[in-house]
Design a protein around this ligand. Structure first.
Ligand code: AMP
Length: 569
């Protein structure tokens, strides 16, 4: 049996092909989505999924998320006393999905098809295969995410040749791909996107608007919200956003300093509020069409993926842009995993769809660290200046000019990074060029920084100091981020030593993590009230009495619902 896995940035899913159709397998909590989060519990056991996600705020240094962004690099994450590579963290999510599939099927599972973004480079694909291996899975194949979405919609059954677009808007990333199916082979003709655009941005816009429109901003009198107040308000906006996907109106309510603030909004209000985001959704679509030299009218269909495409606003935008309704009869969160299961089904019958893998784009932005002016004579270091932007077709060569910012500075230091974050501390460090320069007043020395990135993933940074034309060069290889077979063997043994929280008890552990998160957001009597229920639940858990546990569990859930309306779940 081959399982299909969507290893996502925020959530992952596992699906199977059975009785002639693809279906999602629920996790130990009965949910389809498993957050791609890994954490270390206070006693050193590893928590995966919702239990880890609930601890992101309460235990940020013991929890890892978004590690898919660093696949194929050496960037390590510290959890407690240990450090993990991105493929190791991914392997724990995969292991947990594998166990869910085994519990559901009642037998061992050893093979999987795992989906990856179309723009993943060779190094990122290798890292994904290693993650599978570390999870005890033989990776039958990697499948491009847009191809998977298309398979879920049965495009290969209905048509022999077709061109279509996949519009994938998740929580924090937006990917557009144009695909062509030709003689049974799927080819990604172009891919574009925005690594920092997703459902979360709509929530941020609602949070900001709520404060002015509900009158809360006046009451705040320029005071900042605390971290937990901000989180509660975000949770409330998320709830309202989802209500608006099914109903014409939604009301947001928030208690601040003992007073209640409310704001009623409808789709029109949301549309006005989110117009800048809608503009940002249009740009990558236009870029992809241009890159593929295809007109919107030549596309035969538009496929939606990612939870945020449930928003009617987004669906309307897509319909307007393409002059037709998108395919929506599947749950957009599940389309990619279902497609992976369809491919698994085809593979088991030896008729898997072939793909041309596109590795001719730069998978991440490449740039340097710079100081930005924040006042008349005030500079702040640590900012990222991209030189080659993600998704540029390779080979590519781009140049940017930089100048000195300090009087009589004797040296120039240029640090090279890859990634999409605004601050270099959140990107991956690749190397440094450091050399002496003539001592002149600020701004009098400038230098051209040229980046050249080739098909095999080698980046060359060349700096030409003007006007002397003196050159300095640094060459970096992407394959530095790929583990060797010996390293894999060694890490397999080390990972086997880790204690993973047992699957059959994760439900209770998750509830405690969620209660801890809610506790941080509450104050005074409400806190006290919740603390009593948590303490009661924990003392029952220690006695290991199943009936008493179920009762205490239900009481705790009820108490949490009373306090929070259930948005903690
Ligand atoms: P994904 O990363 O694909 O799981 O997408 C998660 C995003 O989808 C989050 O930003 C959610 O807020 C959003 N989302 C999920 N369900 C809905 C819904 N019913 N209406 C609007 N947005 C949703």
């Amino acid at each position: 049996m081959i399982i299909g896995i969507d290893l996502g940035t925020t959530n992952s899913l596992v699906a199977i092909w059975r009785d002639g159709k693809a279906s999602i397998i629920p996790n130990a909590l009965g949910q389809h989505l498993t957050p791609s989060c890994v954490g270390m519990d206070d006693d050193g056991t590893v928590l995966i999924g919702e239990a880890a996600r609930a601890r992101l705020q309460t235990h940020p240094h013991m929890t890892a998320a978004l590690f898919k962004r660093y696949m194929g690099s050496e960037r390590k994450t510290q959890l407690g006393k240990q450090r993990f590579r991105p493929e190791e963290l991914s392997s724990m999510v995969l292991r947990s999905l594998k166990e869910d599939a085994e519990a559901f099927l009642g037998h061992k599972v050893e093979e999987a098809i795992i989906t990856v973004p179309a723009y993943f480079s060779d190094a990122q694909r290798k890292a994904t295969r290693v993650a599978g291996q570390l999870a005890g899975l033989k990776v039958e194949r990697l499948l491009n995410e847009p191809t998977a979405a298309a398979l879920a919609y049965g495009i290969q059954d209905t048509q022999r040749e077709t061109k279509f677009l996949v519009f994938d808007l998740g929580g924090g990333t937006f990917d557009v791909s144009i695909l062509e199916l030709f003689e049974g082979v799927m080819e990604v003709r172009a891919s574009a996107g925005d690594n920092f655009l997703g459902g979360e941005d709509f929530v941020s816009a609602m949070v900001d608007a709520f404060q002015t429109r509900s009158g809360m901003a006046k009451a705040m009198d320029k005071q900042e919200l605390t971290g937990s107040q901000r989180q509660r308000l975000r949770d409330e906006a998320e709830r309202a956003k989802r209500v608006l996907s099914d109903a014409p109106k939604a009301t947001m309510t928030f208690m601040y300093n003992g007073a209640e603030f409310t704001w009623e909004l409808d789709e029109e209000v949301l549309a006005n509020l989110c117009e800048p985001l809608m503009q940002r959704l249009r740009a990558p679509v236009e870029r992809a069409l241009r890159d593929a030299t295809i007109k919107a009218s030549e596309l035969e269909s538009v496929v939606l993926a990612g939870g945020a495409t449930r928003m009617p606003l987004v669906r309307k935008l897509v319909s307007r842009m393409f002059g037709r309704f998108p395919q929506i009869h599947l749950d957009p969160d599940e389309a990619i995993a279902l497609g992976a299961a369809v491919q698994a089904g085809l593979k088991m019958r030896d008729v898997a769809l072939d793909e041309v893998v596109m590795t001719d784009v730069a998978p991440y932005s490449l740039g340097i660290g710079i100081a930005r002016q924040v006042g008349p004579n005030d500079y702040e270091g640590g900012h990222f200046m991209p030189i080659i932007e993600r998704n540029s077709t390779v080979p590519v060569s781009r140049v940017e000019n930089i100048t000195t910012i300090r009087d009589f500075q004797k040296e120039l230091t240029v640090k090279v990074y890859q990634g999409e974050a605004r601050l270099v501390s959140d990107n991956i460090y690749l190397g440094t060029l450091h050399f002496p320069i003539a001592s002149k007043k600020a701004g009098e020395i400038s230098a051209d920084v040229r980046f050249t990135y080739d098909v095999s993933g080698v980046l060359e940074a060349e700096i030409t100091v003007l006007p002397s034309q003196e050159k300095h060069k640094l060459v970096m290889s992407e394959n530095a981020g790929v583990m060797t077979p010996q390293e894999i063997e060694q890490r397999l043994a080390e990972l086997a030593e880790l204690k993973i929280h047992p699957r059959d008890r994760i439900e209770n552990r998750t509830l405690v993590a969620q209660a801890d998160r809610l506790y941080e957001q509450l104050l005074g009597q409400e806190r006290e009230y919740l603390a009593q229920y948590v303490a009661a639940f924990q003392s029952v858990l220690d006695k290991q009495d199943p009936i008493a546990t179920r009762r205490a569990r239900e009481s705790l859930i009820q108490a949490m619902q009373q306090l929070d309306g259930g948005s903690f779940l």
